[in-house]
Design a protein around this ligand. Sequence first.
Ligand code: SF4
Length: 496
Amino acid sequence: MQTGLILLYLTIGMSTNTYSISKTSFIKFEQCSKAFFLYKNYPYLRDKLSIDKQITFKRGHDVGLLAQQLFPGGIDVSRDLKNLPEVAEATQKLISEAAPVIYEATFIYKETLIMVDILVLENGVYNAYEVKSSIKVSDTYYKDACLQYYVLKNSLNNFDDLFLVTINPDYVLEDELDVKKLFRKRSVKKRAEENIAYFDHRVSEALMVLEQNTIPNTPIGKQCFKPYQCDFFGTCWKDLVTENSVLNLPQVDRGLLFDWFSSGIKTISQLNDDLIEKENVKKIKNAILTNSEIRDAERINHFISKITEPVASMDMEIWNPAVPQLKGTKPFEQIPFLVCFYDGNTRYFFTDQQTDKRKEFGEKLIEFSKDYKTILVYDKTMEVAVINTLIQLYPELKPELDILKTKMLDVFELFLNLSYYHPGFGSNVSLKVVSATLLNDVAYSKINSGLEAMAYYGQYRISENELERSTIFQDLVDYCSTDTEATFKLARFLQK
Ligand code: SF4
């Protein structure tokens, strides 16, 4: 018998051509049956996709394409077909022909459709490779891999194993990218085999939810945030959670907040002080109810006494590509590309890092900082990490970079430890929220987060359109300098 015919014989028990559950909808079902039902029947109620999520999806897509180089020359079965059942049929045809490598191989079993990033014929059996653009393997990754395994096991008789392909954190880029060393794989066979019955049962339950055809009456709860903030947050929460909702009380464990909420304590004013353990939470509750600020004069004065003129604020932007781009760097390593100093005027240093400019970056930090006795920052964690890496790479810069570190004063700590609190902060003391509440002359324009800045910088580096590059460059500088201006003015606000 020819190989193709053997495989045709082996791939019995094939799919039906309809499906009700996808991997994405199944993961939603695991989070909340209501989210699953809404996703299937009222997808237009989903919240707008945040920029951060869009960036994460794009990164996943790019890394997925790169991982195809692990098994080059495959056929992308989904490329010219829009209808997924058709893709599933085309997959079966390719399998019957013993196609050695198939990208986006698609299978349907028990009305559940899955798409495998890479399917490879190895020693007469098919192995599936599911690519994740991260270093760690979360429970959700295992869950979606085990669902795929369950479908494959039931729809492809010569299927052997499914491997999760993740990024190897120890990989260091040399002259050329080595895709084989960049990725590492781990089998999910043992875990998936142990959970076959679980997935069969859960798929049946999910199908039943669809059959019943009524929106499940699931109350809001901790599941709205786990493992991700639910897409239907806006729909479910909008009428239930008012501005003074007890669920908006900061610094309280989410489980406790939902206990209060489900016991009938819906607003902060209904919450008795006896139920609150932490003094800080009592203070915040009082500040919200009386619309007044919290000011710890002693701590604020102590902070201000540490400011020595001349003073400037500083902010850095970093880029941490999943796939290293600079020789000698690792996946997700923080590469600084922009630093701004503000003392009433802005000074900055920007590099496109086409070649490694980290030493120049360190030298600019020293040059800019030497004019000041105090350097204000807002959450110094990242800045300190970058400086420490620069010290490791260029020990000759250590003495002056150490001095820079001693000059740094973190404005964020005052807001974090409640030395100053304004009800307008709610539970968020990020620089954007705090400055929007307290300052009326600082405004962000296009870029609104460090993650967005990274995505724009990635685009800047690959763009060949000069107009686009200069627009992105200006947006990045505006964003970074607005952060420094806000930090500087917050310190002045506290001084007043
Ligand atoms: S917001 Fe919460 S309750 Fe509503 S669908 Fe999502 S997880 Fe379920």
